[in-house]
Ligand binder design. Sequence first.
Ligand SMILES: Nc1nc2c(ncn2[C@@H]2O[C@H](COP(=O)(O)OP(=O)(O)OP(=O)(O)O)[C@@H](O)[C@H]2O)c(=O)[nH]1
Length: 329
Amino acid sequence: MNTLDKTPVTVLTGYLGAGKTTLLNRILSENHGKRYAVIVNEFGDVGIDNDLVVDADEEVFEMNNGCICCTVRGDLIRIIEGLMKRRNHFDAILIETTGLADPAPVAQTFFVDEDVQSKTKLDAIVTVVDAKHLLDEIDKAHEAQEQLAFADIVLLNKVDLVGEEGLGEVEKRIRRINPTAVIHRSERCQVDLDNILGRSAFDLDRVLEIEPEFLKHFHDHDHDDHVASFSLLSDAPLDPERFFPWIQSIAQNHGPDMLRMKGIIAFADDDDRFVMQGVHMLLEGDHQRPWKAGEKRTTRLVFIGRDLPRDAFEEGFRNCFVQEGVAAE
Ligand SMILES: Nc1nc2c(ncn2[C@@H]2O[C@H](COP(=O)(O)OP(=O)(O)OP(=O)(O)O)[C@@H](O)[C@H]2O)c(=O)[nH]1
């Protein structure tokens, strides 16, 4: 098959909370006339990301049963093969990995699996960086280093939270890990999408310099054992007067270890779903959309962090209910 006929694949990666879903939503919302098939993978057993991706016409495939970089041999290949049977339905594929994924095994799939290789081509690995938190995390998080090492394009995001001098420091650190990637700065991933998509930027020779065994066998990698996730669920409506002070105290007291928090919240006497997002000490929350008729009003909170005291979180969560009845998963 001519390489022009192969379906381009863009891998969106970046550490927890950097802005991958924000970028994905921008790509899906913008009027560029292209159709994308989207594969979303998330860390943790309670799926939330799929609920945070805009309602677009695109089909979104979730991979929740494990980290994409550990399951590429199975799930990812199967999903791509399934997609390729309907390749006239879309122009390109976008894969959003979890914040803890090593992009190398994902990239490898497009070279090592013959069937996938014959029908697709890896266009670029796009790594989104949280300009505010990168310098504090990079030495602790080897996944973040791998994500930068393999980047063809870096989106230095959240520039609104850091001054010019700080941004220069972050760029210097990125350059130490990856001297050649193109770096674009952005706020809320506002970037000309022509800089991100359809770039033919993936450079196998460069990857072989970092990882000489890249084409030979499946890339070995470990995850940081101290990073763990847990979820809190409840069908009992929450009291906002209790919930907001509680979640703020969590961010204050556990911010350095709380890498990520996401939640969909059912408040009492509120017909809209409330979405809460946290990255370390920074919290954001907003109404998202009305609960649909017949949709179960379940609150789902996911925490990802280093040694977070789950029992204390669970107890605090119970205190936020208007009524009794919590199930922690
Ligand atoms: N201040 C600020 N906040 C941002 C920016 N971009 C994204 N955010 C916020 O950062 C949080 C995380 O953004 P996401 O797009 O969900 O990040 P992600 O990389 O998909 O997160 P994970 O998938 O959990 O790793 C959200 O609360 C966003 O609204 C930005 O440029 N500036």
